[in-house]
Design a protein around this ligand. Structure first.
Ligand SMILES: C[S@@+](CC[C@H](N)C(=O)[O-])C[C@H]1O[C@@H](n2cnc3c(N)ncnc32)[C@H](O)[C@@H]1O
Length: 345
């Protein structure tokens, strides 16, 4: 802290937050009515505004949306469809499809990350309370490491109510380095703070748009395998698991304390086989091992019964500028497969 005033301000922030913690936000709202004027009205949303992910997420698919979509035959969305995303993360493809295709009658999303899924649920069911809490945090946000540190400690103390947990989850996502979510072996969030001049902590419009779209979405928290129970007679699965690392050092698999190793990749392939046996569609993304080893046929062999497409993408997860660039990624689908042919023999 640079001077005494900063210190005084910081103490006032902490006191205010304590008020919040003890009162569920009520005392603070009363005290700061003029600053926190929640004008939002979910019914007044502009239909032309497209919703988008409310968090930055490692492996987010923002830049690949149209390439993934191009694998789907143009008439697929003409009649009603169930959409299932077992590794939803930030949900870039989910929000894109829900916006574009009203024939998606229902959707199911799942992720193993409990804080993320709590936040989806809060956005779906209590967006206004969340916006109110985030506005409080945004208002009090001083670019002091101490403020972020205090919020992170509180987040890692666990046991917060769902609205505060979701608000701090979003706050940390928008102020930490590259918006990563990474935990240590004890499951505690450990991403260093980023250096942003003016981070938008409360993106009210996006939260309200997302909330509107999430009304038809069933939200699950756990292993991807549980989503198989939700398939319908016309279902599309989009599977975007943690990527198989291209090199040992590029590994980024700590979205949760569970590792997603080659055995997990094989288990996921079995899951795709089950989708196919049930005569439903899937598209799966993964890294292309051939970027670093032309002889590595891991996915080519695993998914030899399906269509393996190679597309080009910029890598965002690598912090070193020199290592960013176009590399190929895999998009595997079963749109043209003869359902069941390979498994009933
Ligand atoms: C590559 S990210 C998904 C990115 C997402 N498509 C997006 O646009 O942001 C992979 C996700 O899988 C989740 N995950 C890891 N292991 C899982 C498991 N066994 N079952 C379900 N989700 C899992 C992680 O928490 C992470 O959010």
């Amino acid at each position: 802290m640079k001077n005494k005033n900063d210190y005084k301000n910081f103490i006032s922030v902490l006191c205010t937050l304590n008020c919040l913690e003890n009162s569920g936000g009520g005392a603070f709202q009363e005290q700061n009515k003029s600053e926190i004027n929640l004008k939002s009205d979910i019914t007044k949303l502009n239909n032309n505004i497209f919703s988008k992910p409310f968090v930055k997420w490692a492996g987010g698919k923002k830049q690949l949306l149209t390439q993934i979509e191009s694998l789907i035959p143009s008439d697929f969305f003409q009649s009603s469809v169930t959409y299932i995303e077992p590794f939803v993360g930030g949900g870039a493809f989910l929000f894109y499809l829900l916006n574009k295709y009203p024939t998606i009658e229902s959707a199911v999303i799942n992720d193993i990350n409990e804080d993320l899924i709590t936040t989806y649920n809060i956005i779906k069911n209590k967006p206004l309370e969340l916006i109110s809490f985030l506005k409080q945090i945004q208002y009090e946000f001083y670019k002091l490491d101490e403020f972020e540190k205090q919020k992170r400690q509180r987040f890692n103390s666990k046991g917060l109510d769902d609205i505060e947990n979701s608000a701090i989850f979003i706050f940390l996502n928008r102020t930490c380095f590259n918006g990563l979510y990474r935990v240590n072996s004890k499951g505690l969030f450990n991403v260093p703070f980023g250096k942003y001049t003016n981070p938008l902590i409360c993106d009210e419009q996006t939260l309200l748009e997302d909330s509107k779209l999430l009304q038809k979405v069933e939200i699950l928290n756990g292993d991807f395998s549980q989503t198989l129970d939700y398939l319908n007679n016309k279902t599309l699965f989009y599977l975007d698991p943690p990527y198989r690392p291209l090199t040992i050092t590029s590994s980024f698999t700590s979205y949760s304390s569970e590792r997603f190793d080659d055995n997990e990749q094989k288990r996921l392939c079995e899951f795709c086989n089950l989708i196919n046996n049930n005569k439903q569609k899937f598209i799966l993304s993964n890294s292309d091992p051939k970027n670093t080893n032309a002889n590595d046929n891991f996915f080519d062999e695993l998914y030899s019964n399906f269509n393996i497409n190679r597309i080009y993408a910029k890598r965002a997860i690598n912090s070193k500028g020199s290592k960013r660039g176009d590399i190929s990624e895999l998009l595997i689908d079963n749109f043209n497969s003869n359902f069941g042919e390979f498994y009933n023999a």
